[in-house]
Design a protein around this ligand. Sequence first.
Ligand code: ADP
Ligand code: MG
Length: 270
Amino acid sequence: MNVIELRDIGMTFTDREEPTIALKNVNLTIAKGEFIAIIGPSGSGKSTLMNVLGLLDVASSGEYYLDDELVSNFRDGELAKLRREKIGFVFQSFNLLPRLTVVQNVELPLVYNGLRAKQRRARALELLSLVGLYERANFKPRQISGGQTQRVAIARALANHPSLILADEPTGNLDTKSSKAIIDELRRLNRETGATIVIVTHNPEIAEQTDRTVTVRDGEIVSDTATKASKKSTKKTAAKTAAPTAIPDVKPPVPGTVINPKPRRRKVAL
Ligand code: ADP
Ligand code: MG
């Protein structure tokens, strides 16, 4: 089954003098249980793509099927419901709330699901154990390291048992060792829960540890390849010998047809 099917997705931002074509002709199918990396230069449209996938933005044109349901015409309320039910976000823009403790941050998405306080706490602690941070439950975010913060973000993203996890540069500010721990964590969750995971990264070594790498350039998908490491086991050496994916030459952007020239910005409910 396909979790995601994008057909001819385009995204044009018109809020500046010059319209920006952030995505064009994007066709992408992701099957259930895939662990996939999206790579590409800064400004190539990766985050825009993630926002579309995460139902945080509606594309200007094209169709998006999530679990075989056409969601590109859904209203805000319906999109918010789907986000809560299906998607876990590990985005830098959704930072932990500094005044809440680690465990309270993880509990946050559960508030919307009608769980009682005791159940929420139990679930949040279970998630913190899963990412190895049970003993940090009552710390404040400023009292833990960058790598630990990202692991809390992963725990929070998992709170509602999402079938799709979206991570936008989750290892962006981390050292190699912490990055590796995050990726290992995501890989383990992928294996153990069957969750589909899409991760944006700048790091070719990280991309090599996923099953498939999609390269975006100037708003277009320019390559989509199975990753060599996907055939190997989780051995720690798997990524070391891998070379970065080659990026073929691309045509300069051509303005496309804009059906909905003013994409709506969405309020985020975690
Ligand atoms: P990446 O994540 O690959 O660095 P982005 O998806 O953030 O790239 O951005 C792609 C392009 O779209 C950039 O040129 C960026 O300036 C532009 N862009 C992204 N979001 C907006 C927005 N809300 N309004 C206007 N332009 C935007
Ligand atoms: Mg980005």
